[in-house]
Write a new protein. Structure first.
Lengths: 438, 438
């Protein structure tokens, strides 16, 4: 296959007819496919059906230290859950607080707390306009939290080893820059894991704002999909060397480990930050669901239990990721119209189509019954400056649906590229025509 | 027994020795009793142990409309839970949103939402100093939420039929008054249920602030303890007559129906308010724990199931309430040093000791091993202007402990009253001595 950009006008026109025919054939199938959200599939959820058994029974509903999990109390979470999540995040149990079903809620809450009470300085809402750094492409729900609170978003370029630290080091000199959201392992959507150097530079940051916070959203910390998993440095270990532990708020959850709709989540933070969080949490709730915490601890027993469980997820997910990436290779090799990441874990494949084509691809897919993550959503304010990135979530559809979806998507990507190139030809011709008439 | 205020100085001195001896005897027992929080006891929690059975199994984890409760989604809650809670609160399912374990979190969240996004007008945090009305004595955690957000608290006197509506109608003429917290049935701590007239006057309120909100914390809506339960008018039925539905935010939970630490909660509100709540909730979470919602629905089946269940709670609680009130009658009849409410439901007995004595009673109890709700906590800013109210939570201790606790408490109340009367004598004597020397 020749590079699309080298094709003649006639070649493009003939390619367009060919692709349009294929596209129209797909349209006739009346498909309803969805690759928009990182949702576990039924097979994955079944792995945790043991949680539905009686694992907290009428005779053993007490914590290791004899607390009745059915009643109020233990605001921090049951001791055994704090221990398990401490092991998971590589911190001490005293640095862990258990929450409800979603780490998103923890992050929302933490930002809300900073707005109302501050994070060591004046409440953020009393400091005028404030800003947050947003590695982009990134997680749309992070951006949504910031927009909700009226915080300005500054996009930071993602490099292959993590966000561009040169920009970050420069931007944090501005004291109105209050923080940054990160997915440090298998980033959403690129599947990039921050290199040791990037993690160290994070720990070494000296922001002008002494109430600057890094939200370390470790959503995919044990979510490897193959035998060459990425390794992420433990941020708190490194931060200790720089005395910067107070700068980091780490969160994780079992949403993509057990049940997405009924898991548990946790925060890891310095003792100072935990104290601040608690002073607010006391006002906010009496306790989170301790029984669900207990179910989870008993189901996994320990970190090895979680790891063994994640291997089963990997078995299910790997073929799906491979279906996507091999579909892309087959369709795009030699065309020069798309590139993508081959992540070792996480939940997404990040596809970059020809600049200026992503929205058109989204439109074409939608009209043929394939829902993608809203194009642009992976960038602050929903605007992809290159109109190029498309986040693919391969987990939910079954493999047949997925193959169909990928095939359709590739046709749309090609069609959009051809349309774009033809438009460019037209423009060039118009320029020629125009100048010959002067 | 003579009225304490009519006792001579010598009689008081001799009564003091007698009470002091009894008190010291109690102290020697090294008791550890707690009547501070409205916590269900073990026997009550056992009533809901059916929730620990497999009631959501590997073959029936889907909602009535086929949604997999294990996965993300259904932000509003599962349809059958919304239906059950709609029945419970007497509204339409479309007006109900399910939440996590605690209605306290809903209220916290709602106020937070008003601060950041407003409730129809400018965000509250952009409106300068704002105020909330607080029926007092009231629920300390309501006050804590307001204080947390820097909202000024204005105490409203509780009458026997609810908060003093004359004051409320007057105060809402000030547009910086943004709302009021209420426990309309079996109020915390007085156990008062708002009369039909009070509910109507609430519905008819015309506050100067068009973003005024009444937080209708219906915590004890089915929590009767005897055969003469109070009846509360349905606020949304009445509000409809006045077109004031948008003013009311009702919340309830199963914290004191099933498991205090692992229940479900819900909000009822007008469609306009639900829309506003959802626009925020979308940013905040992906879904609450739908499995726990399902467990609850299947455990109860319907409203009759809840009502039958509450009768069992009443059987357990009634003797405890009676132990407290009959203990009070025995100890205080004819003394004129205390009065109290005999509620038909809820979780508290509200005791009023001689003015200026409550803090001393708290101190005496504490030194003898009996923990009470912090004296003053039932008033805004923790200050009871009469230093008189003590909130008694009889649910948690067993009946023997409770009898002991009540006996000790009554001795402390008497001792504090005698001390106070002797101090008054001393003061009167000093006045006499002083004036005779002029």
């Amino acid at each position: 296959m020749a590079l699309y950009k080298d094709l003649s006008k006639d070649e493009l026109i003939s390619l367009r007819s060919e692709l349009t025919k294929k596209y129209e054939d797909f349209k006739k199938l009346g498909l309803k496919l969805d690759m928009s959200r990182g949702k576990p599939n039924k097979e994955q959820l079944d792995l945790s059906n043991g949680l539905l058994d009686v694992i907290v029974s009428t005779s053993d509903f007490k914590t290791v230290d004899g607390f009745d999990t059915r009643n109020y109390g233990l605001l921090l979470g049951i001791p055994e859950a704090r221990e398990l999540f401490a092991e998971l995040m590589g911190v001490e149990p005293k640095n862990v607080v258990m929450y409800g079903t979603a780490s998103l809620t923890i992050m929302y809450d933490y930002i809300s707390q900073c707005m109302v009470m501050g994070s060591g300085g004046e409440p953020w809402m009393k400091q005028g306009r404030i800003k947050f750094l947003c590695p982009a492409p990134g997680y749309d729900r992070h951006f949504a939290i910031l927009e909700h609170f009226g915080i300005d978003l500054i996009a930071i370029r993602m490099n292959d080893n993590g966000p561009d630290m040169d920009s970050i080091e420069e931007l944090v000199k501005d004291s109105s820059v209050k923080g940054i959201f990160c997915v440090p392992k298998y980033s959403n959507p690129d599947g990039i894991t921050f290199s040791d150097e990037v993690v160290r530079r994070f720990a070494a940051l000296k922001p002008a704002a002494n109430d600057f916070r890094v939200i370390w959203d470790n959503a995919y910390l044990v979510h490897d999909i193959n035998d060459t998993p990425d390794e992420l440095l433990n941020i708190f270990d490194v931060a200790k060397e720089y005395g910067s532990e107070d700068m980091f708020i780490e969160v994780c959850s079992t949403s993509k480990i057990t049940f997405a709709g009924a898991g548990v989540s946790a925060i890891a933070a310095s003792e100072k930050n935990i104290d601040a969080i608690l002073s607010r949490m006391t006002v906010q709730t009496i306790s989170h669901d301790k029984m669900n915490q207990m179910r989870h601890v008993r189901f996994f027993k320990n970190l090895d239990g979680i790891k063994a469980h994640m291997k089963k997820h990997a078995e299910i997910l790997r073929p799906k990721f491979e279906a996507v990436t091999s579909g892309f290779t087959k369709a795009f090799e030699g065309t020069g119209i798309a590139h993508w990441k081959n992540p070792n874990g996480g939940y997404f494949v990040s596809l970059y189509v020809m600049n200026g084509c992503a929205m058109r691809v989204g439109e074409l897919c939608k009209d043929a019954g394939l829902t993608l993550t809203t194009v642009g959503a992976t960038y602050p304010y929903g605007i992809d400056p290159y109109d190029s990135n498309i986040r693919i979530a391969p987990s939910f559809p079954d493999i047949d649906e997925l193959n169909k979806a990928v095939e359709l998507l590739c046709i749309c990507v090609k069609l959009a590229a051809v349309e774009k190139l033809l438009k460019d030809y037209k423009y060039k011709e118009w320029l020629k025509y125009d100048s010959s008439n002067i």
